[in-house]
Design a protein around this ligand. Sequence first.
Ligand code: PLP
Length: 468
Amino acid sequence: MQNDYAISHALHKRASNIIPGGISSNNRANWRPHPLFYKKAQGAHVWDADGNRYLDYVLGRGPLITGHSNPRILDAINRQYQAGQFFAGQTELEVVLAEKIRHLVPGAEMIRFCNSGSEAIHVALRLARSATGREKIIRFEGHYHGWFDNIAWGFSAPEGAVQGNVAQPGDLHENSVPVNNAHGNDVDGNNSRQDNTPIAMSQGQPAGDARNIISLCWNDGDALERVLSSRAHEVAAVVTEPIMFNSFWSNIRPEENYLTRIKTLCDKYHILLIFDEIQTGFRTALGGAQGYYGVTPDITTFAKAMGGPVCLAAVAGKERHMRLLAGAGTLHTGTYNAFPPFLAGAIMNLDILAENGGEALNKIHLLSEALRAGLQDIAGGTALSMQVRASPGAVTTTFRATPAVARDYRTARDGVNQPLVIGWHAALQERGVRITPEGLWYVSTAHSVADIDYTLEQAAAAVRDLEQ
Ligand code: PLP
């Protein structure tokens, strides 16, 4: 190890005495050699507390699509901070942002703002139940829709598990390879049985919530059709990431016509289709994955790239469903909802992405494609079973001892060499390139062609490090 992490190490030790795990979000545990502390960021770079500089492809796990500390966004936020903060009332800013989103996103006839992706999903599920009078939600293995009790149920049961049982919660050990991924399943995965029994992602979840979840294999239209043919009358919504981002091997795309088939089935049975576009929104395309694939859901959730450097999320959807929130019957409140300085930042973030016909997002897509192609070349030149996948604006690398295409959670998990995944992350970090511990790379407007070239040189060297 060349980098010095002494200050981070001391801070993490100090933090661990007062903050559980020394971290404020469990998936920050997986950094090597321990959770790091950071002190500044600019453009495509971040600096840790020890002064190590990284070319950053984590970008806050997706939000910073316009880079760190974008001056135009900071200026917009600061101006609104000066003008006023909390009004417990409306500002024109929320109307302006909602109008921009409606202009860009096919399924966004009306929009409500909240503070995090998990909250947006919570609103979406409530709306679906309110609109249909039904309670069950169909969700897919390996997708992540936030950590709230009523949706953090992801996976079919391991042999012998009882419904509502907790199958090894997200047990992210400090300084060790996690036995469960951040989204709650065991890496060795003994859950080969194809059933619909959901497993809690965490201890402390009420077992009764499992009654309302049906967990299915993704990219399998027949499985969905089978379940709906007998149980549709119980189902309020099908919720899916339109591109699967939250699994061992993210960037798993829907197979041809799969999203259309879900949509057709939902329409047939009067079930609401929810697209969780918290990863894909304003990254895959300005119109989200729904614009990219031409499938319009009933309800959509956004966060991350919608706001850029601000904590902002939204639920958007068909007017007839969204209007339910206007009455007294369907509750959505929040002291911090639609925080004016954050709205101002998000407006500027979307303006930057959309100006000149979406030039900035096009640039991101070109850069991420160059990154994908370069990493693919590196993968082709090593015996380390390195694999690369991508969707516009994001690339995933993994090490997986099977050439079989990953089409869902289980196939993505097959053959993953977790020590190599972790080793790759650590080797890149040592070389000043920062990706998520699972191997996800986000690209921003702040990255340049020279950054990609530099990255590919370092990536080639990191592979050589691993080969030794
Ligand atoms: N949905 C998806 C697809 C996500 O990737 C995430 C977070 O990564 C969430 C929901 C939850 O969002 P948040 O972390 O803002 O609560």
